[in-house]
Design a protein around this ligand. Sequence first.
Ligand code: SF4
Length: 637
Amino acid sequence: MARTDSGGTRAAGGYHGRYLRVDLTTGSATLVPLPVEVLRRFIGGIGLGTWILTRENPTGTEPLGAAAAVVFALSPLVGTPLTTSAKFAVVCKSPLTQRLNDALSSSHFALAAKRAGFDALVVTGICARPSILVVDGCGEAPVIHLETAEDLWGLPAAGAEARLKARLHRPHEPGFHTVAIGPAGERLVRFATLSHDGRHAGRGGCGAVLGAKLLKAIAVRGDRQVRVAHPEKLNALARDLSIRSLGPATEKYRELGTVANMLVFNRLAVLPTLNFQESTFAGAAGLSAEALAGTRKKTRKSCAACTIGCEHVYGVPGTTTEVRLEYESLFALGSLCGVGDPDAVLEAVRICDELGLDTISAGGTIAFTLECIQRGLLDPAAPPAPADAAGPPGPGTAPPPGIDLRFGNGAAVHYLLHAMGRRQPGLGHLLAEGSRRMSAVMGGEAEAIAPHVKGLEIPGYEPRALQAMALGFAVGTRGADHNRSSAYEVDFAEGSDRLHGDAATARAGIATEDRAALMDSLILCKFLRGVFKDFHGETARLLAAVTGWEMTAGELRRSARRLVTARKWFNQREGWTEAEDTLPGRFFSTPLREGPSAGAILTRTGLDEMRAAYYVGRGWNLKGEVPATLRRELEIE
Ligand code: SF4
């Protein structure tokens, strides 16, 4: 058992002023002071996580190596009465992209970690055997120990969490809250998730980073309250925000959930279908929110401390299984793979939850595989071996599919999910590497149709017909990502020409990306964004009430610029080049064919124009590099 001293800096309200670094190799733990000026500059969540990772993860570190660091970053708002604030960020170098990865998740783990007395938990090193990290923050300073995970290894994350909580339960004491990885993380699938209470830090493979450390789960508890500078003012602001969070701006999320996008996107012909070969899907109506709810039990759930409750959980007919469904999972395992049977899609999402797979990357990799088979680029009976695989293939020999590996066949999707999630020898081992690495070993035509940017599979927004989003995907620091960019809002804005991007599009995209960076650092749920009338002014008042700082909208605008540029600077140190800020060849060579998006295509000169305007707008040079003067001006280092 390792004790830490209780050191730290005297911090502002909302912070403990220190982070806890745990070295799994030695079993030691240290509390590291966080200077108050760093907290003010980087706030929390993905911002603070980036600052810490830049220091804790030496340049060039292999993401699945012992030296790699994983940062669990909290925010100053966690544990306050502010709606949707119970969230945490997981920041690491991605084994899928080799670039910065920052994933968010919600709920009681964030609250418990904050009560444990630190603003971030950093995990480095590697366990000697499959282990659990237990962090007990009840008392003057956190105490950590490692205990065996031999009995949990191989279990789905949900099962491991349930057993672990029961094992650690002590009557009349604060309970532990846990995060865990599933079998895919253990097998180093490059897009494995990390889960907490059914919610996932989904993108970029943080589950594999923990799997490489032989760390099955982390359990944390604490009994410390964080001081808030102006509690009465904060309570009044929180009450007002909670009331407004139940207004029209969030109605869609409350009533139908994000799956409502399916029909809207199909009507606009921006719904990725058959691995981006089409942008409308004949089976979309069967996957609509209305159709899903028609014959299935549906319940609404929410993250801790949330008034909105956007989670729509569907029962699978004839079973006791319940599946939490979002648009991104629905499109990736539905239209992208040509599957219109809602029960087949729900089962696919359930398998992803069970194995711990990112639904977007899993669906994208499967859709790409099916197209390669369709085009004769891949023989599923004799797939090539992956180069530099993250881990060895699973034991034994893979069972033959016995099913038709074609678009539209739900059984084929289920087979491939099981194969990749367990790294079954052959096809599963290849798919576990993601579409970019698959295409690299196949070469030629496969590289133009592999649906990724920087290795991260593309979410459910057709880039040819949503060109602000196309730029957002291209320049995104963690790869093709809608959440860190939010540029689809530019495309869907009234009067916008979503089929033709230009320099003005790029400037508008910078504004949505900046706002997303602030929300993800504060951390507040993005579904609140429509609730704010004056986003920067209102969030400045929230932060001021918690911290006691005199905070202005202008300071937060500058913070947003800093947060985005700091993430880019991390990538630049890791070897980023301008050539990465692009999209797959298909989007420049093949126009869309249908509906209101017919004829839409990206051009290299069009993307270059948007990209140059984006770089200039960010203050980077024309190659997209961050100048040293800007790093100093924004106080990034
Ligand atoms: S709106 Fe949805 S995702 Fe956001 S905090 Fe609430 S339940 Fe969680």
